[in-house]
Design a protein around this ligand. Structure first.
Ligand SMILES: Nc1ncnc2c1ncn2[C@@H]1O[C@H](COP(=O)(O)OP(=O)(O)OP(=O)(O)O)[C@@H](O)[C@H]1O
Ligand SMILES: [Mg+2]
Length: 232
């Protein structure tokens, strides 16, 4: 399955959703970051025609992939999907993460309108992930304008169960190559190492690793159920 993760807004968790929610549950699919495609050229953060062409080629050759589309590239991608008739068919699904914040919510509606009304992508292929949710909050009031828009528009999938809690683990992993899978697979006996550690700095560092692994277990279970709710 080829999934695009996009939102006109930055900082809604597109990269987190691509890397930690979707890729590991699509047979360890590769994550293609549109931002990184641009990292080497000096033309600024917009996608050029040749890059869109090479993205299309890449996707046609892959069974599973997650394409993480940086906020500054969304407009360009939408325009190209409008002009290259049928190119949106390269994606099986468009996942739109959003967070409870007025500006991000407006951008989320604009993203959904572009996909649905401008490009003509069907309801089942556009799915929202509610991100950075406080478990004590009522989702319908936190994301009031999004739910109101959904009630009248109906052209996309919005499910309360597809919501990811705010968790410090994501920030800790954001600039590191370590995945949640790596943390779960780490069988090191840190408690034994803590007993043998010589300095308090070493003990603190090891205790931090124990804490990360404990966080990862809970987050992984939550992401499993979010993925199931998103894909059902
Ligand atoms: N559920 C969450 N709980 C806590 N922190 C989160 C959560 N989701 C994302 N973050 C953090 O918020 C920041 C923004 O997330 P991320 O980089 O995934 O967003 P993005 O939409 O890809 O941003 P950009 O548009 O800049 O590419 C990161 O530091 C990330 O670790
Ligand atoms: Mg990103």
């Amino acid at each position: 399955m080829i999934i695009a993760v996009m939102n006109y807004s930055g900082n809604v968790g597109k990269s987190m959703v691509a890397r930690h929610l979707l890729a590991p549950r699509l047979g360890d699919a590769s994550v293609i970051s549109i931002e990184s495609i641009n990292a080497d050229d000096n033309d600024g953060p917009t996608m050029r025609g040749s890059e869109f062409g090479s993205l299309q080629e890449k996707l046609l050759a892959l069974d599973d992939a997650v394409v993480d589309i940086g906020a500054s590239n969304v407009e360009d991608l939408v325009n190209r999907m409008k002009s290259y008739s049928g190119s949106h068919e390269d994606f099986d699904m468009f996942v739109v993460p959003t967070v409870p914040d007025a500006k991000q919510e407006r951008d989320t509606l604009a993203t959904i309108k572009a996909l649905s009304d401008e490009i003509g992508i069907e309801r089942e292929r556009i799915r929202v992930v509610l991100n950075m949710v406080d478990p004590r909050d009522a989702l319908r009031s936190k994301f009031a304008s999004l739910f109101a828009f959904h009630d009248e528009h109906r052209g996309f999938v919005l499910r309360e169960e597809a919501s990811i809690h705010e968790n410090e683990l994501f920030g800790k992993l954001a600039n590191s190559p370590i995945t949640i899978g790596d943390l779960l697979a780490d069988a090191t006996d840190y408690k034994a190492m803590i007993r043998e550690a010589q300095t308090s700095e070493q003990k603190t560092e090891l205790a931090r690793k124990v804490a990360m692994r404990r966080l990862a277990v809970g987050v992984n279970a939550q992401l499993d159920s979010v993925f199931a709710a998103l894909m059902r």
